[in-house]
Design a protein around this ligand. Structure first.
Ligand code: 6PG
Length: 472
């Protein structure tokens, strides 16, 4: 009879099942728990142990107390549950069953602020709590995810061996698993991963729409373009996914044409966008990508509006070389915004996140893996921002005309390029020595007496304008 397992997994959905199978394949003994819902979820853990050979020796449970007592103290309990009330409910049931020194790992897409609170609450009762961002989808969970940990550093040292075993390994053989900082650092980094992911996906969607607008390009030529790009520094998992989905057909017709053009989302992109506003961070590309999803999902309004406004007809040629250059520089802006948001949040929350470690964890296993991401491991070792890194500065400077040409193509073809234009406008604003914000400050002080700093007075004191005497 095997010893009691040190690990238990709660929640056998797609990701929980994939990770459990991954653990088991690597020889890690497990107890498995899934809730019992009459007629909906019955004997799930038992069925998994029968269905998957690698789970044959795992211990299946539907009773939480029996499950917990089957795991060897100090217990390592991985929660793979939907964020929010479900996790709260299970944690409430778990708490009285746990022993001092047990470790809870929340592997769901929980909000980092919830994790910040949980780390403190559980520490108060002698339980370690870790927030773990998991990226890579079903395939990643089964064969090697990217794992982003936050919480108690000692607790991480107690679970890192097994997590590094199941994690993806990058081309250097390094596990894509890291302790990123205290509290909610892991879930924050995962949230920004998803924000960058939204914008990467939206950029590809805008490239796809632009190429289709030019009658010279049909789906076959678009796939050829993407295949060519995949062999260059534009390479990425998301470009590979895009190429794959475009290759599917049904009865000889492109499957993509059978999919309704209404994008949904499970919320992490919205959290990332909202966090930017809360932290005072101009994460404009992930916001643009989110808003593009919102607009697309309102198909009824779009169809009604389309009747009032004519679609332009133009044979304006779209340069594929310009499009690729614009795509590449817009990705640099997207990654710059995401990493700078992590840098700023790390300072605000005191997480001390190492951006090179973040790039390393994202260099394999996750949705954002790409040639660009792998190069960022060393870029951030130099402690430079992406927009301060000479090779990227040269790439952007040499891509300006192509970027302009691509945006012009979108205007001439009346195609909404939310992400391309957001990248462009952010770049212009962040590289502008003198902005138009002095007028904003004057307006605010005129009607709200909010004050402003003066260019001719070298201090941070706020002054007021001479408007009050002449207000009409
Ligand atoms: C990942 C993905 C994943 C994502 C879901 C839903 O890193 O594996 O980012 O965690 O949350 O695919 O994404 P949406 O927010 O687009 O629904």
């Amino acid at each position: 009879m095997k010893n009691k397992p040190n690990w238990g997994v709660i929640g056998l959905g797609v990701m929980g099942t994939g990770l459990s199978r991954n653990f088991a394949k690597k020889g890690i003994h497990l107890a498995l728990y899934n809730r019992h819902i009459e007629g909906v979820e019955e004997n799930i853990a038992e069925k998994h142990c029968q269905k998957y050979p690698e789970l044959e020796t795992a211990l299946p449970y539907e009773d939480l107390s029996l499950f917990i007592h089957a795991v060897e103290i100090p217990r390592k309990i991985l929660l793979m549950l939907p964020a929010g009330v479900v996790i709260d409910s299970v944690l409430n049931q778990l708490t009285p069953l746990l022993s001092n020194g047990d470790i809870i790992i929340d592997g769901g897409n929980s909000h980092f602020e919830d994790t910040e609170k949980r780390v403190i609450e559980f520490a108060g009762i002698g339980i370690y709590f870790l927030g773990m961002g998991v990226s890579g989808g079903e395939e990643g969970a089964l064969n090697g995810p990217s794992l982003m940990l936050g919480g108690d550093k000692h607790a991480y040292s107690l679970v890192s061996k097994e997590l590094e075993i199941i994690a993806a390994k990058n081309s250097n053989g390094t596990p894509c698993c890291a302790y990123l900082g205290s509290g909610g650092a892991g879930h924050f980094v995962k949230m920004i991963h998803n924000g960058i992911e939204y914008a990467e996906m939206q950029l590809l969607a805008e490239v796809f729409e632009l190429t289709q607008a030019d009658p010279k390009h049909d789906l076959i030529s678009i796939k050829k373009i993407f295949s060519k790009w995949q062999k260059t520094s534009s390479e990425s998992y998301l470009l590979k996914v895009t190429l794959s989905v475009l290759n599917y057909t049904k009865k000889g017709h492109p499957f993509i044409n059978l999919i309704k053009d209404e994008a949904s989302n499970k919320g992490t992109g919205a959290w990332a966008t909202a966090s930017g506003a809360k932290l005072g961070n101009a994460n404009s590309m992930m916001a643009a990508a989110l808003y593009a999803r919102f607009t697309s999902s309102d198909k009824v309004t779009r169809e009604a509006m389309a009747k009032h406004f004519s679609k332009i007809k133009t044979n304006h040629a779209i340069s594929l070389d310009a499009l690729k250059k614009a795509y590449d520089v817009s990705r640099l802006i997207n990654h710059h915004q995401g990493f700078e948001m992590i840098r700023e949040a790390s300072l605000i929350f005191g997480w001390k996140i190492n951006l090179s470690s973040v790039a390393l964890v994202w260099s394999e296993g996750c949705i954002l893996k790409s040639t660009l991401m792998f190069s960022l491991i060393d870029v951030f070792k130099s402690n430079k921002k992406i927009l301060e890194f000479s090779p990227f500065i040269r790439e952007i400077n040499s891509g300006m005309q192509a970027w302009e040409e691509t945006l012009d193509s979108g205007i001439k073809h009346r195609i909404p390029l939310g992400c391309f234009s957001s990248a462009w406008n952010y770049f212009l604003a962040i590289t502008q020595k003198q902005s138009n914000a002095n007028l904003i400050q004057a307006q605010r002080d005129y009607f709200g007496a909010h004050g402003f700093k003066r260019t001719d007075i070298k201090n941070e004191v706020l002054h007021h304008g001479p408007w009050s005497s002449k207000k009409n």
